[in-house]
Design a protein around this ligand. Sequence first.
Ligand code: HEM
Ligand code: HEM
Length: 166
Amino acid sequence: MSRPAIQGYSPLQIGLHWVIAALVIFQIVFGEEIKDLGRALNRGTDPETATVVLGNLHIWAGIAILALTVWRLALRFTRGAPAPAGGTALTLAIMKAAHGLFYALLLAMPVTGLVAWYLGVHDAGEIHEAMKPVFVLLIALHVLAVVWHRAVLKDDTMARMLRPGR
Ligand code: HEM
Ligand code: HEM
């Protein structure tokens, strides 16, 4: 049942990583705007143009993240991922859990957002908001791990997400 081992991420896998990362950062930085849009619509007041534009972009960027993540996971299951760069059993377990949690959030954030916005389920909105700090902490941990690989383990993990391998 084992797949042939691959040496690195493909150009498509790398491209998807960075496009999704950029969209996620956009969502987190401008997440407040859709709340303002929702409030204005509920009160029947006129939202500002920037609020309408950024609020709608939140919806479309979120849907794009969902679609691209499904594509990315399909690639991960069919093509696979390269063996980890290195680390102890404990750090490898943390890495596996962190990457698993990333994928769970990349699916759960858009789904809860869509359910809150289009079906008006208040609790889904609460869960959506509660996941924000988890996402932010995970990104910080992820970036720290890349720095730790460079500075302590002295391996070039960063290059794996920049230069494609076979
Ligand atoms: C902001 C949102 C981000 C998300 C959601 C994200 C998500 C992920 C996920 C899920 C993986 C595992 C890939 C797999 O094997 O399936 C990964 C790998 C990686 N990410 Fe990110 N990432 C983000 C930002 C960043 C940033 C800012 C950097 C650079 C500092 C970065 C550098 C890397 C590197 C180097 C790997 C490869 C790790 C390895 O080869 O084991 N990521 N990322
Ligand atoms: C990965 C994708 C997404 C991320 C990272 C994300 C992130 C965020 C963030 C950071 C906030 C602000 C939370 C706060 O300030 O407390 C927010 C609010 C919100 N987002 Fe998203 N979002 C995503 C996808 C979506 C999608 C697809 C929709 C669909 C319409 C959506 C609908 C909403 C709504 C309705 C709110 C306001 C929630 C409330 O007031 O209860 N989000 N989102």
